[in-house]
Design a protein around this ligand. Structure first.
Ligand SMILES: [Zn+2]
Length: 427
């Protein structure tokens, strides 16, 4: 039981039904405020009246979700409003565990492609983002100090096997971080993983020719060696590489992640006839996770449609949101999810791929991606708009969707965020 003396503004939120009156008639509000002094609340936040979709517990139906402190306290029908300090009216909305985007770039100002975390992730329904290789061993301390430690978005990272991370490549400097093989320093990477294992969840390696030259297999071997030294997985970025996908896949094992898995062009998961390579299916069966990582050049409706026709669904859906796609075609994770609703995945399947599935990939994310009682109080509240929406992939191909997901509010670790980069209340 928590005893709080709410501020007047908090009271307006709490007394949802009378908020208009309160905004206009202060004597009434003063009276209400006076009455509230000394009241006690069982819950800090109550998300009331929504349809809860939580694949971690097979839940899809009307429920209220209550949080106390930083934890989910109760998920049930008809939790009384009077028991909560803040009530968020979620009638007509979808309520899910806070979304997890496992391919993000948030090292703003250091990796040329990166963008600020909070306006692009937590303000857009994503409570947890994984920076996918923007930093390497030399630049990771800065990512931790200036981004991870201060952002409202919860941030984990995949460490680039190159010591310089993704600091070299930009439209005006088209040379990637691994062209000089000497930058792929296993000992330094392993030391960094060990030192920051609370926030680094694995290694990242980009295998494209302008990044890894013709030594892509060697840089992957080195990423593997560093990851294995501390028992973490490797995320690889595929497409346009010197070596064949078959040779690359040989170096992957259970728990590893292939991002850009539904990309078009050479080096992808399909053969020239549009059939999924047997080696890809074998690795998926072995427990390698296919991730989307939409990005500026790495998601193709054509590939997605062919893969889905053959029964292959991605394990996780991520955005690869960055400087060169945030104004389209990616915009945000919600838009990528809307593309998968159009492709025929159900809402529950889509939510699973940004909540429990990503949380299960990385040990450090235990307790995220779920609304089970006792889990971290991370909640995404969204609208589903119906209409006609143009959806564009990374190659410029267009489809018309009939549903669009639109995040309206987010709770992270018990704090409420609106469609802005700052908490609604800093308590
Ligand atoms: Zn990326």
């Amino acid at each position: 039981m928590k005893h709080r003396h709410p501020t007047r503004r908090q009271l307006f939120r709490q007394a949802a039904g009378s908020s208009l009156v309160c905004a206009l008639a202060s004597p009434f509000c003063d009276a209400l405020y006076a009455q509230s002094r000394g009241r006690s609340y069982t819950y800090d936040i109550l998300v009331k009246g929504g349809r809860v979709v939580d694949p971690s517990q097979g839940l899809s139906g009307p429920r209220d979700v209550a949080a106390s402190g930083t934890r989910i306290a109760r998920v049930a029908r008809n939790i009384p409003e009077s028991q909560a300090l803040h009530v968020l009216d979620a009638r007509g909305k979808i309520v899910t565990p806070g979304w997890i985007d496992i391919h993000a770039h948030v090292y703003d100002g250091v990796a040329p492609l990166a963008i600020p975390a909070d306006p692009n992730w937590i303000a857009k329904g994503v409570t947890t983002a994984v920076d996918a290789g923007s930093a390497g061993a030399h630049t990771f301390p800065g990512l931790r100090k200036y981004v991870i430690n201060v952002a409202d978005t919860r941030i984990f990272a995949l460490l680039n096997i190159s010591v310089v991370g993704q600091s070299t490549l930009s439209p005006d400097n088209p040379w990637g971080e691994l062209l000089d093989l000497r930058y792929a320093n296993v000992a330094l990477a392993a030391k960094t993983l060990e030192r920051h294992k609370d926030v680094i969840v694995g290694m990242k390696v980009r295998l494209t020719r302008n990044i890894a030259g013709d030594h892509d297999l060697e840089v992957l071997r080195r990423a593997r060696e560093a990851a294995d030294a501390v028992g973490l997985p490797v995320m690889i970025h595929i497409g346009g590489s010197h070596s064949s996908i078959q040779d690359i896949l040989k170096l992957l094992k259970k728990g590893d992640v292939i991002t850009h898995s539904f990309r078009g062009g050479e080096g992808g998961i399909l053969d020239d006839d549009g059939r999924i390579h047997d080696e890809v299916l074998a690795k998926v069966a072995e427990g390698v996770n296919l991730d989307i990582g939409h990005g500026a050049g790495s998601f193709s409706f054509d590939t997605a449609e062919k893969a889905l026709e053959q029964g292959l669904k991605p394990g996780t859906i991520s955005s690869d949101l960055h400087q060169f796609n945030v104004h389209g075609p990616v915009f945000d994770l919600a838009t990528t999810l809307s593309k998968f609703l159009h492709l025929g995945l159900s809402l529950d399947e889509v939510v699973e791929r940004v909540t429990v599935n990503p949380a299960n990939l990385f040990g450090a994310m235990k307790g995220l991606g779920s609304l089970k009682e006792g889990a971290e109080a991370d909640i995404s509240v969204l609208d589903i708009d119906s209409g006609s929406f143009e959806l564009v992939d990374a190659l410029g191909a267009k489809r018309t969707g009939s549903q669009r997901l639109r995040p309206v509010a987010t709770v992270k670790a018990g704090k409420l965020y609106g469609a802005a980069s700052y908490p609604v209340e800093r308590l």
